[in-house]
Design a protein around this ligand. Sequence first.
Ligand SMILES: *[C@@H]1O[C@H](CO)[C@@H](O)[C@H](O)[C@H]1NC(C)=O
Ligand SMILES: *[C@@H]1O[C@H](CO)[C@@H](O)[C@H](O)[C@H]1NC(C)=O
Length: 333
Amino acid sequence: MKFLSSLLVLAGSAEAALRFGCATLSIQRIDPLVQPGHVPSAHLHQIVGGNAFNASMDPKDGDIADRATCTSCTFSEDFSNYWTAVMFFKHSNGSYKRVPIMQNGALPNGINGGMTVYYTQQDFSSNGNQKITAFKPGFRMLVGSSAATSKQGKGLKFVCLADKGTRFPELDDFPTSPCKGGIMTVHHFPACWDGKNLDSPDHQSHMYNTVNDAFQNSGPCPSSHPVRVPQVAYETLWDTTQFNSMWPSGGANPFVLSYGDNQGYGTHADYVFGWKGDALQRAMDSSCMFTACENGRPLKSQAVAQMNKCQVKSQVGENIDGWLPNLPGMEGM
Ligand SMILES: *[C@@H]1O[C@H](CO)[C@@H](O)[C@H](O)[C@H]1NC(C)=O
Ligand SMILES: *[C@@H]1O[C@H](CO)[C@@H](O)[C@H](O)[C@H]1NC(C)=O
C-alpha cells in the first residue's frame, strides 16, 4: 500500500498551474527593490498584490503576509507584490499620455486594469515530476534591466494583439505598426534558485534563468542553482487602440516605457513573495489548474469587487494622467 501511494505521487499527481488576475493596487513612482526608501523613485510603475506595498519593504520589518490586510489578486492568501514599468504614448508634438491597462481575456469580468500572474511548473501544464519548492518569506527577485539596450534573453516579450486572445508572434521589442487590439507585455522570471539567498545585490544572481519563450519547457536547473521554484510570469495588456489614429505616418513606434525606452529592450519586472503560510506550497503540491484552484481547492479566493477595492494611495502626489510635457520623473529628457 505504501509502495502504491508513493508510486501515485511519482506518476505526476502534482501538475498544478496557477493563472489568476490581479487588479491595479497602485500606479506610482516607488520601487522598494531597486530604490528602497526613495519617494519618488526614478520611474513610474504599476503595482498589484498586497497592500503592505511601500517604498521600503525590508524583510526585517516583518513578513508582508502578516502586515497586509487586503490583496488585489484573486487568491486571498496571496499578499505578494508584482510590478512593472508603465507604458506611455508619445505624441509627435512631444506630449505624453499614459496608456490605459485592460484586463486579460479568460479572467472574470470587471477587474480594474492590473495584470495576469502565473505560477507554473516545468511548463504551462506539467511539472516533469519534479518537486517545486515555494518561495520563502522575504524572497524577492527582478528580471530584465531598465539599462539594457539590446535583447536580454528569453521570456521578456511584446505581443501585437489582434484581440485579447492573440499570443503569437512574441516580439523582443515594440511592434512596428499599430496593433488592432492593443499591446501585451510578458515577463517570465527565472525558476532556479540557489537555495540559500532570499535576495542578492542585483536581485538576480540568487536565481538562474532556464526559461524558454512562450511557456515552453524550461531547461534543467544547474548545480549552482539547484532548487526548482515556481515559474512566475506576468502578462499586462495595454489598451493602445485610442492612439492608433495618432501613429505618425511612416514613423517609428510612438509608445515608450516609463523610463524612456521606446525600443523595449529594457523591459523588466519585480517580485516580492508574500503568500500566507504554506498556501503556495500546498497549491504547487496539488494538481489544480487555473480557476479549479479557487474556492478552497486548495486556495481561498475572493470576488472581483474585493480585488478592486484593495488599493494603495500614491505617496508621490504627482499628475500621471492627461497630456504631460514629460514622463513622470524624466524632466528634460
Ligand atoms: C509606508 O511607510 C510609511 C513610512 O514608514 C508608513 O507611515 C506607512 O504607514 C506605510 N504604509 C503601509 C501601507 O504600510
Ligand atoms: C499634443 O497633442 C495632444 C492631442 O491632440 C494635445 O492634447 C496636447 O495638448 C498637445 N501638446 C502640445 C504641447 O501641443
